[in-house]
Design a protein. Structure first.
Lengths: 165, 102, 605, 488, 470
């Protein structure tokens, strides 16, 4: 029962920060909001006893969001958000799309019969089993993920670098 | 059972907000944030399903790892393309990207 | 059997030779027709000796072409051959100065061959083929001088008239073949019941077309523009006879009802065309009207139920009428026209030719002991003995009277007036041909007896009708000679020449019914004429309408389609705004729509 | 044994390839090559005729192409296709002789015609549905380019109409073939298998029939989808319209017999009354519209619609006939009509072409009294015109006689089509009268009669016209052997 | 010689299943090594060597692929399928990439970092091959991501305003649709409990969630294979980027996406007929929209972009009939082969002649051989017999009709007529009055000759292909 409270709490935090991301006029503030939102999501993982994933999420998101903030400073005309510029277009249509999307999914969540709920998760066993999963069943998937990271690196460099001649 | 429903609702709302963000924002970076949020929603779903429905199916956790990689790579290449775009156009606004059409 | 082949192949070979060598056309033509004569005579002798020849040629699958030499066909073949020889003989002289000899004699030989095939044909398909061939030959020969205006129109009109009537033959043959299962003529004639009645009426229609019976006699008048040998051979003895020949050969097919109709048709034609002849101003058109009238007699005989009388009259008429035409040919050459006004006094100028002409005329009128008397008497006797005597007999008598009148009138007009003796080239050849036929006209009367015995049937003889016939004929002659046409026809006269082409005759007694009949036939005739060409005019109207719908209607549709798709293309292109967020929104809404569809689909199923 | 059918089929293609391959060929060389190749093809076809055709398919040559799909290169002939093959080779040879005066881009002109020859022959000898469809489309493409490049003034629009019409028309056939393919239990495209055991039944068969009928109706053409014919004819070059009328229309009617009649017999029998009614209407409509024409080429084009109407009537009657005798009779008539129409209309178009070369006009009104000036051309035109109106002793009579005889037995009321003969007679005589008879206007005085090339083209056709008319049994024996055996 | 029989016979006892799996995916590994090799040559300042290396590497991969024809096994515990689809994907896509690399050389000859282009092309091909053999949800995600990332960079390669705009829009479109797909897939995992695609038969228990998952997958793969309404990125990306990349996008990644969709549809619960109807609807929409939009284009590359969108609509005919008709797999593979050869040929010639339709006037007269080749490619794209396009489309129609989608086949046929109008707009000016003669470099002539050979060969000798496929 406690678990539900914690999950709900962190969930609300994540959503609230998510909304803040898009409502603030300053870039830096929205990057920070995203950071907190992601960390809240990480906390939810922890609440749901997926410790490894939770820790991983929190650590990763911290670094990622800071990089995002740096890039935002580079690209945005007014990072500080002083002029209160509203950088949105087709506002109402996207609101409708977002709300509609959420409602549809929530509808599905309620209507679909999810089958039996597992009581608890064998303690201390997760990381070992995840490792086995990683190494045996999803071996090729893991490798492909690796290759995708490599390609991403090459692609980013190929795209971003200045033309020499 | 309640926690699963709550988690899934959170995931759904995150997805909704992310979708709203990526559709409404004019700036490339903000759109990427929207996508980040959508992916976060997906991860919440996955963890919830894993925890409450199939604890022994670790492919769910594997999937979460894959989604994390996708988040990271999307951001990386996104900034790469953004940099190129910024260098040759001076802005990454969606409104300016209208030369190619029809 | 070779003799039958010779009768047909003779003239055919001549035609080919003429076209190939293009020299000495008259000689070759004569040769060809001579060969046909020899062939026909030998066949006749053979048949008389009891031999029956038959040959089958490969035709359509299970509808082979057949040639038969029965007494009837042999006699007919002989008649055609004889007349052809004399006419070709005459034509040699007639065409001496004329150009296009090769074309003329080739077409004449072609015609002779086609006529022989028609007569000797043993099955319907070959008969139909020959029937149309002689139609073609008549078209070509009528249109011989196609440069002069009006001639081409006359040729077309002639062909269209006969062609329309031939439809009757087509349909009749189809009915007969499908009923009897074979195209052999004798076997198809045993078909009875309503099919026989329908087929016989259709055959009658075709025959009426060919033999220029009312109401289809208009084309024969127009056909007179052709060269005279053509009129002599085709439009008096052979082509026009084809209708009668067809009816004689198909006689067993006719049920009593049809016979009556045929007799009535024949009778009406006799009277109407007789009146036309009487009032005619042009010699050749007069002779044409008289031909229709004489064939009316034959139909009368057939309607009265004695094909033998019709055959006899046909034989005799062939000789007499072609003789008259040949005579008129000489007069035409002399005065380069056939109008009575121009021909006045030609009789005195050309006494010998006029004598032959007169003899043939008198024979035609039925003056004993000439040939015409015997055959006309047989026809009158036949109508007298027939069950429908009340209708047929009086018509036959009136016909004979009318014949007498117009023969006498012609002779009178030709005789009075002074002579202007222009020379006529090739008179010797023409004379030979003419004299042969005149001799025949005289002698043939006596040959009728053995001929009918050969064909198996006997000429009806009746003392009363003999006396009556001769008397009426003489009366007609006297009237024709002494009383002028105005007094004879009165009001009829003027209108008759123009279109009615119907003569007066006895003022009160004949005028009114004749006028009514004439007007009816004329409007009918005009109607038919307009009908045939009118189809075209109606067609033209319809055609112009349908041509317009063609271009506008259906083609337009195709190009409207093309324009429609292009505009759709532009609208599709406008969807592509180039703005990513708009496109994304479209994509998401598309996804939502698909999801909704899917939800409905799964819930519904 | 020597694959004569395939050799004859691909010989013209070889010639076309040769022409394309060596660009240096002079105009004369191209003409010579075209003549030689089409001459050899004619020899090949004569060889095929010598080998004869039995009741079923004979001289069959087969090479596997896609066995797992049941599609193979199968060619063969029977009583119906052999005469059409002969007609095609003769008409092509004649049009090659005639088009010796084509000078601009003669090389590609000849190549296209040779390609068209292979494609048309292919349609008649194909025994595999895909092969049939392939050749059917290729004829379309080749004819489009011929009309588009060498036609007269309004050629682009006419070529486009022709192309769109027949292409849209040919798509239902593709669907029908697929239907037949999926219906046949050992999945095959072999037309012989379709004919022996018709794969479809009931509604599917009716749908397939309707699809096939639409395609072949456009190609034949039948009323309301015939408007491309006069436009295409008027604009096509003379040799083009000879082939278009002589051979291309037969693709439609041949298909109607081979596909619609033999592969979906009971569906055709159900639809036979409507098809017969449409055929009669097309015949009369064609005759009437022809009567309304003043342009000679359009007049002849519409008479083709009339004649093709008779062919379709024959096929419809054959479908409805219960006893084999009547069916054989009607089919013989239909097939012979195809051959004789090819020869007669081919000759007519050649003559009008020759007239057009001299007078540069096709309006009857402007011509007059030409018989005196150009007797050769005049008399041949009269011969061809009389043949076309169905005068006995000439090509069309035996065919039309059989068709009408058959029609009377099955649909007595349909025999009203005989009226068409009179209307055609009227219009042709009017044409002869206005164009050839009467006083020659001085405009045409210096016109010279047929040249050697033109005589060489028209004489063989004239001989054929009289030959088929006088001795139809030469062709009919072969045709009859097959039509007798068609037990529907 | 590694033949399937040999594989099952000797090797399995000798070593663990891992070795056997690796041998099964040897072609994919070969492509990967080529990619890495191409990059390393770039690093060693030997850009001239990287192209030949890439081409040989790809040909080696194709050869390895041919050894596996007929194999029907799963590698790595069922996550990756080595069946007809993935093997033939290798055999078809590797040579296409090789030819595209050769084409790319013309556009990127002496620019810097030329080697990266070839390596990125190979990486994208790996992505496509991963998609083609996807047996697991995650491969769908990774495949889409891998091929997209590589091609973002390729589209941006010319680095001018148009290219970067195209790349950016392509990136945004890809990431959003990718996110939606991932979100949908989570629900599939939730319902089925495992990420195996073959486990999706159990989706019947929660039809709504399964439906949502399916739509999401359709959106993700729809973006990859540019079905309408997820195609918006394609015309801009093809137009913005280099023409060779456009050719690559229109063939390799598209075929990969479609084969992935086949792998998904193959295991759908049998009662889900509505899902097939949805795909059929998308197919009809894609074909018609593609052809209509192509009808009014003046820029030839955009015209070919829309025509390739229309052609992906034809692919869907085969996808729809996947479980009902045995013709489906064969028609898909054959049409893929035909589509690859004719499309590549068309793009090769457009690369040389230029983007504007007016630059095509008189091309047929100045370069007769290339003109005829172009006509053959375009006519084959329409589906006129006896070329490859006809055979492919014919089989697709057959499969669709066999599976009861006759109405879709009729729409497809009408569309092929519409497409004739599209391609005639290129063919007709080609034979107009010639302007400047365009010189063709030897490489392009080599490329379109190979493409021409395959277009004609597949048309006539389809049996060779068909015989191999089960």
């Amino acid at each position: 029962m406690l678990q539900t409270v914690f999950v709900a709490l962190f969930g609300i935090a994540a959503i609230w920060f998510g909304v803040v991301v898009f409502t603030t006029s300053s870039m830096v503030r929205s990057a920070l909001a995203l950071l907190f939102s992601q960390t809240a999501v990480g906390a939810m993982f922890l609440a749901m006893q997926a410790e490894f994933l939770g820790v991983l999420q929190i650590m990763m998101m911290a670094t990622e969001m800071s990089i995002m903030a740096i890039f935002m400073v580079m690209y945005m005309m007014d990072p500080g958000g002083l002029m209160g510029m509203d950088m949105t277009h087709q506002k109402r249509l996207s609101q409708a799309a977002g709300v509609l999307g959420a409602l549809v999914v929530i509808g599905i969540v309620f209507l679909a019969g999810w089958g039996s709920i597992a009581g608890s998760v064998p303690p201390g066993q997760q990381v070992h089993d995840l490792g086995i999963e990683l190494m045996e069943r999803s071996m090729l998937i893991f490798e492909t993920a690796g290759i995708t990271i490599l390609t991403a690196m090459i692609a980013t460099i190929a795209v971003a670098l200045e033309r020499r001649r | 059972m309640a926690t699963l429903i709550v988690a899934l609702i959170v995931g759904a709302i995150l997805f909704g907000v992310g979708l709203y963000g990526s559709l409404s924002q004019t700036n490339l970076v903000m759109i990427m944030m929207g996508v980040e949020l959508m992916l976060a929603g997906a991860m919440v779903n996955l963890v919830a399903f894993w925890r409450f429905l199939h604890p022994e199916a670790y492919s769910g956790q594997m999937f979460v790892l894959i989604v994390m990689t996708v988040m990271a790579l999307e951001m990386a290449v996104g900034f790469g393309v953004g940099t190129a775009r910024f260098r040759y156009k001076g802005s990454v606004e969606m409104e300016e990207a209208r030369d190619l059409k029809g | 059997m070779t003799s039958v082949a010779l009768t047909i192949l003779g003239p055919l070979a001549a035609m080919v030779a003429i076209l190939a060598i293009r020299y000495a056309a008259p000689a070759l033509a004569l040769l060809g027709v001579g060969a046909a004569l020899i062939g026909a005579i030998t066949t006749l002798v053979g048949v008389a000796g009891g031999a029956r020849y038959a040959a089958t040629l490969p035709g359509l699958p299970d509808l082979p072409l057949r040639l038969t030499a029965t007494p009837l066909t042999a006699v007919l073949a002989a008649i055609v051959a004889v007349v052809s020889v004399f006419v070709i003989l005459y034509a040699v002289g007639y065409m001496k100065e004329e150009g296009g000899k090769v074309r003329f004699f080739a077409q004449m030989s072609f015609f002779a061959a086609a006529m022989e095939t028609l007569v000797l044909a043993g099955d319907w398909v070959l008969l139909l083929a020959a029937w149309e061939m002689i139609g073609l030959a008549s078209y070509l020969l009528i249109g011989f001088w196609y440069e002069e205006d009006g001639i081409a129109e006359a040729a077309t009109r002639a062909f269209l008239y006969t062609r329309t009537a031939d439809l009757g033959l087509y349909l009749g043959i189809f009915i007969l073949i499908s009923q009897a299962g074979t195209s052999e003529i004798p076997r198809t004639l045993e078909v009875g019941g309503s099919a026989a009645f329908a087929a016989s009426l259709l055959v009658l229609l075709a025959a009426a077309g060919k033999s220029a019976q009312t109401p289809l006699q208009g084309w024969l008048q127009a056909a007179m523009v052709g060269p005279t040998p053509v009129s002599a051979l085709l439009h008096s003895a052979t082509l026009v006879a084809a209708g009668a020949i067809l009816l004689i050969r198909a006689f067993p097919l006719f049920p009593p009802g049809a016979l009556l109709i045929m007799g009535a048709l024949g009778g009406v034609t006799v009277v109407v065309t007789g009146l036309m002849a009487v009032a005619n101003r042009d010699l050749k058109r007069l002779l044409a009207a008289s031909t229709s009238s004489q064939y009316g007699f034959m139909l009368l005989a057939l309607g009265a139920g004695s094909p033998v009388a019709a055959l006899a009259h046909l034989t005799v008429h062939a000789a007499m009428k072609s003789a008259l035409f040949l005579g008129s040919g000489v007069f035409q050459h002399a005065r380069s026209s056939t109008e009575f006004s121009k021909l006045a006094g030609i009789g005195r100028e050309r006494p010998l030719v006029f004598a032959g002409f007169a003899v043939a005329g008198l024979a035609l009128a039925g003056v004993p002991p000439l040939a015409g008397f015997w055959s006309k008497d047989a026809v009158i006797a036949a109508t007298y003995e027939s069950p429908a005597a009340w209708l047929l007999f009086p018509l036959a008598l009136v016909g004979t009277a009318l014949t007498g009148i117009y023969v006498a009138r012609t002779l009178r007009l030709l005789w009075k007036g002074e002579k202007q003796n222009e020379p006529v080239a090739g008179i010797t050849w023409m004379g030979a041909g003419l004299s042969g036929l005149v001799a025949l006209a005289v002698v043939l009367g006596f040959a009728l007896e053995p001929l009918t015995r050969l064909v198996g049937g006997e000429l009806p003889k009746d003392l009363l009708t003999v006396m009556l016939g001769a008397g009426v004929a003489l009366g007609g002659l006297v009237l024709g000679w002494f009383v002028s046409v105005d007094s004879l026809l009165g009001p009829l006269r003027s209108s008759a020449e123009k279109g009615f082409r119907i003569g007066g005759g006895f003022e009160q007694f004949v005028a009114r019914p004749a006028l009514a009949v004439a007007r009816a036939t004329d409007t009918f005739d005009g109607g038919i004429h307009r009908g045939v060409l009118g189809v075209g005019r109606v067609g033209l109207g319809l055609a112009r309408v349908s041509r317009l719908t063609d271009e506008k209607g259906i083609d337009g549709l195709i190009f409207a389609l093309v324009r429609g798709t292009r505009s759709l293309g532009h609208r599709a292109r406008r969807l592509q705004t180039g703005l990513v967020h708009k496109e994304l929104l479209l994509a998401v809404t598309g996804g939502a729509l698909i999801l909704a569809l899917l939800a409905i689909g799964t819930l519904a199923s | 044994m020597f694959p004569l059918v395939s050799v004859t089929l691909f010989l013209p293609l070889l010639g076309a390839a040769l022409l394309v391959a060596l660009p240096g060929v002079s105009t004369r060389g191209a003409h010579a090559l075209g003549l030689v190749v089409s001459g050899l093809t004619m020899l090949g076809a004569a060889g095929m005729w010598a080998r004869g055709a039995g009741a079923g398919f004979s001289q069959v040559e087969e090479v596997s192409w896609m066995p797992s799909l049941g599609a193979a290169y199968r060619v063969g002939v029977d009583g119906i296709s052999l005469p059409l093959v002969l007609l095609t080779v003769v008409l092509f040879f004649v049009s090659f002789v005639f088009s010796a005066n084509v000078t601009e881009r003669a090389r590609s002109y000849m190549a296209l015609f040779l390609l068209l020859e292979t494609a048309s022959l292919g349609v008649f000898v194909a025994l595999d549905a895909i092969l049939f469809y392939v050749f059917f489309e290729v004829t379309l493409v080749a004819m489009y380019f011929i009309i588009a490049d060498w036609g007269h003034e309004g050629r682009q629009r006419a070529a486009l109409t022709f192309f769109l019409y027949t292409l849209l028309g040919s798509l239902p056939l593709l669907l029908a073939i697929l239907g037949l393919y999926l219906g046949s239990d050992p999945r095959t495209f072999d037309m012989r298998a379709f004919i022996e055991s018709p794969p479809l039944a009931g509604l599917a068969a009716m749908l397939a029939f309707i699809a096939m009928f639409v395609t072949f109706a456009v190609k034949t053409p039948i009323f309301p989808v015939h408007t491309w014919l006069p436009a295409a004819h008027v604009e096509a070059p003379t040799a083009g319209s000879v082939i278009l009328a002589g051979v291309m229309l037969k693709l439609g009617t041949y298909g109607l017999v081979r596909f619609a009649l033999q592969m979906t017999p009971d569906a055709f029998r159900v639809a036979a009354p409507y098809v017969a009614a449409l055929a009669v209407f097309t015949a009369l409509y064609g005759a009437f519209v022809a009567l309304g024409q003043t342009d000679l080429k359009r007049l002849i084009a519409y008479t083709s619609v009339n004649h093709m109407g008779y062919v379709v009537l024959g096929v419809a009657v054959a479908a409805a006939a219960t006893d084999t005798g009547v069916r054989a009779l009607a089919l013989d008539g239909a097939v012979l009509q195809m051959v004789s129409h090819g020869v007669v209309t081919g000759a007519l178009f050649l003559l009008v072409g020759m007239l057009h070369d001299r007078t540069h006009t096709r309006e009857m009104g402007e011509l007059g009294g030409l018989l005196r000036i150009v007797p050769g051309l005049g008399w041949l035109f009269i011969l061809a015109a009389f043949a076309s109106l169905g005068l006995p002793g000439l090509a069309h009579f035996p065919a039309e006689f059989q068709v009408f005889l058959g029609t009377l037995r099955v649909y007595p009321v349909a025999v009203v089509a005989v009226l068409g003969i009179v209307i055609t007679a009227g219009l042709y005589l009017r044409a002869i009268q206005t164009a050839f008879l009467g006083k020659p206007s001085e405009r045409w005085h210096e016109m010279k009669d047929l040249g050697r090339r033109e005589i060489l083209t028209i004489i063989p056709l004239a001989i054929l016209i009289v030959g088929i008319g006088v001795a139809p049994f030469l062709l009919l024996d072969v045709i009859h052997r097959t039509t007798e055996a068609i037990g529907l | 010689m590694i033949t399937p029989e040999v594989l099952n016979g000797t090797l399995v006892e000798g070593s663990s299943r891992m070795l056997q799996s690796i041998v099964l995916i040897s072609p994919q590994v070969a492509v990967l090594l080529t990619a890495v090799g191409a990059l390393s040559f770039e690093m060693l300042r030997l850009p001239k060597v990287s192209l030949p290396f890439t081409v040989t590497g790809l040909l080696v991969a194709t050869f390895l692929g041919t050894q596996l024809v007929g194999a029907n096994a799963t590698a790595f515990e069922g996550t990756y399928l080595v069946d007809d689809l993935s093997v033939w994907a290798v055999i078809l896509l590797s040579p296409t990439t090789a030819l595209t690399a050769i084409l790319a050389r013309l556009e990127v000859r002496d620019t810097d970092r030329e080697g990266t282009v070839y390596s990125l092309l190979c990486f994208a091909t790996v992505g496509a091959l991963v998609l083609a053999g996807a047996g697991d949800m995650m491969f769908l995600v990774l495949g889409v991501l891998l091929s997209s990332l590589a091609t973002f960079a390729l589209v941006a390669y010319p680095r001018d305003e148009r290219a970067t705009e195209a790349a950016m829009k392509y990136f945004v479109f890809g990431s959003v649709t990718g996110a939606v797909m991932i979100f949908g897939l989570t629900y599939w995992f939730g319902v089925a409990g495992s990420t195996f695609l073959s486990a999706m038969e159990r989706l019947g228990s929660a039809p709504l969630a399964a439906g949502f998952g399916f739509v999401a997958v359709l959106i993700g793969l729809g973006y990859k294979a540019s079905f309408v309404p997820f195609h918006f990125w394609a015309p801009d990306a093809y137009d913005g980027g280099p023409v060779s990349v456009a050719a690559f996008l229109s063939i390799v990644t598209k075929v990969g996406g479609i084969f992935a969709l086949v792998q998904v549809v193959r295991y759908l619960p049998s009662d889900a007929t509505a899902w097939l109807l949805v795909i059929a609807g998308v197919a009809a929409l894609t074909m018609t929209y593609g052809n209509l939009a192509a009808l009014v284009q003046d820029n030839v590359v955009r015209l070919l972009a829309y025509s390739s969108i229309a052609q992906s609509g034809y692919f869907l005919l085969g996808v729809v009939a996947i479980n009902q008709s045995d013709l489906a797999i064969r028609s898909l593979i054959l049409f893929a082969a035909a589509y690859a050869s004719m499309n590549l040929g068309a793009f090769a010639i457009v690369l040389v002649v230029g983007r504007d339709l007016r630059s095509f006037t008189g091309f047929g007269r100045t370069n007769p051989a290339a003109g005829v080749a172009m006509v053959i490619f375009l006519v084959s794209l329409v589906g006129i017999p006896p070329l490859a396009g006809f055979v492919g489309k014919f089989l697709l129609f057959g499969a669709a009709i066999d599976a009861g989608f006759t109405w879709l086949a009729v729409i497809a046929i009408l569309n092929s007529v519409l497409s004739l109008g599209v391609y005639l707009r290129i063919i007709i000016p080609m034979y107009g009055r010639p302007k400047a003669a365009t010189s063709l470099s030897r490489t392009v002539v080599a490329v379109w000759t190979v493409a021409l050979f395959f277009t004609l060969a597949i048309g006539v000798a389809a049996q060779v292909l068909l015989g191999q496929v089960a």
